[in-house]
Ligand binder design. Structure first.
Ligand SMILES: CSC[C@H]1O[C@H](OP(=O)(O)O)[C@H](O)[C@@H]1O
Length: 356
């Protein structure tokens, strides 16, 4: 289990706890009001938790799905275990469409599963693989923060704006973009983090502000629409965001509102950095136009905690991700290093040739 502290600071609140025969997930729908852990004892329960956003964030759903496959083997019947694990992988793959980390983790689990001849071997090896995916994600986050600071090369403390939640809660610990922010804070190179509220699910106000405040990192919350005013006042040095899928040409799918931030950053001469593990890179997909963008129920906009905030029956457009073209991005940073001014050549030099 991953619960250790980073040498200089906290790795934050890791949203999953593996117990061998069950997985506990911190219910992120209830934060910051309530810290409630849900127990999932099978792959179907895990898939439902991903769909319902009990757990969310691209790396976190990959890790969680991997544990879901491990649970499928752990609880499979001796006779039919292969078809039970195959069914679990299919069910988990259908839980959310955009973050490629989910499919990356399931492919990795599937590779181990295909190599197993007996159920006890599968149970042992799938659990070990899920834990390895989890451990590697934390290590990647710690490494990418270092690469990000090399790109920023700060000569004075910086003011950073971020969107959504890319912290420990969205990963196996420490965070991606929020990991960079943690590292700046650890190095005394952070003035303040401006956290976009991130409508409609409020990952920024409910999760990012909670994580940062909990770890004593200075944070100031703003409505999404206030980001432009902050930039116009010269109060943002870098925008640092995560990613759900990065294509072979350097296009990036991330939380809805990211694209408008990138346009604003270019207009105001503010640096725009995307931080993600290499498991978010999909070299089989040529460009961002091909990324499946999840649309969620309009109720997420029509109501806040059951209270209507729009007229009855109003039609809603609720894509939960958008695509930022590579030409608006100054750097994509992963644990393997950084691609500055991303394009296909730069992406291939770090991640290898397109697989598609
Ligand atoms: C560390 S990636 C976090 C990533 O997750 C997001 O979405 P969601 O909360 O819907 O899973 C978002 O795009 C973030 O950048």
């Amino acid at each position: 289990m991953v619960h250790r502290n980073h040498a200089k600071g906290s790795i934050g609140t890791v949203p999953m706890r593996w117990h061998g025969d069950r997985l506990e997930l911190l219910d992120q729908r209830l934060l910051p009001g309530e810290e409630h852990w849900i127990t999932a004892d099978g792959a179907s329960a895990v898939a439902q938790c991903i769909t319902d956003m009990v757990v969310r964030g691209a790396p976190a759903i990959g890790i969680t799905a991997a544990y879901g496959v491990a649970l499928a083997a752990r609880h499979a019947g001796a006779g039919d275990w292969k078809s039970e694990v195959e069914q679990a992988i299919r069910e988990l793959a259908a839980s959310r469409p955009t973050a490629v980390n989910l499919f990356w983790a399931l492919e990795r689990m599937d590779g181990v599963f295909r190599d197993c001849d007996a159920l006890d071997e599968a149970t042992r090896r799938l659990a070990a693989e899920a834990q390895a995916i989890h451990e590697e994600d934390l290590a990647a986050n710690l490494a990418m923060a270092g690469h990000a600071l090399d790109v920023m090369n700060p000569e004075r403390p910086l003011t950073v704006l971020t969107h959504c939640n890319t912290g420990a809660l969205a990963t196996g610990g420490y965070g991606t973009a929020l990991g960079v922010i943690r590292r700046l804070h650890e190095e005394r190179l952070l003035t303040v983090v401006h956290a976009d509220e991130t409508r409609p699910w409020l990952q920024g106000s409910r999760l990012t502000a909670w994580e940062l405040a909990r770890d004593g990192i200075p944070v100031m919350l703003n409505a999404d629409g206030a980001a432009a005013a902050l930039m116009a006042r010269g109060q943002v040095d870098w925008i640092v965001v995560g990613a759900d899928r990065i294509t072979a040409n350097g296009d990036v799918a991330n939380k809805i509102g990211t694209y408008s931030l990138a346009v604003l950053a270019r207009h105001h001469g503010v640096g725009f950095m995307v931080v993600a593990p290499s498991s978010t890179v999909d070299m089989a997909m040529a460009s961002g136009e091909e990324i499946p963008i999840e649309e969620r129920d309009g109720i997420e906009l029509r109501e806040i905690r059951g209270v209507p905030v729009s007229p009855d029956g109003v039609r809603v457009f609720n894509p939960v991700f958008d695509m930022t073209p590579a030409h608006l991005i100054d750097a994509i940073v992963t644990e393997k290093g950084a691609v500055r001014n991303p394009n296909i050549t730069g992406m291939q030099s770090l991640f290898g040739a397109c697989k598609g």
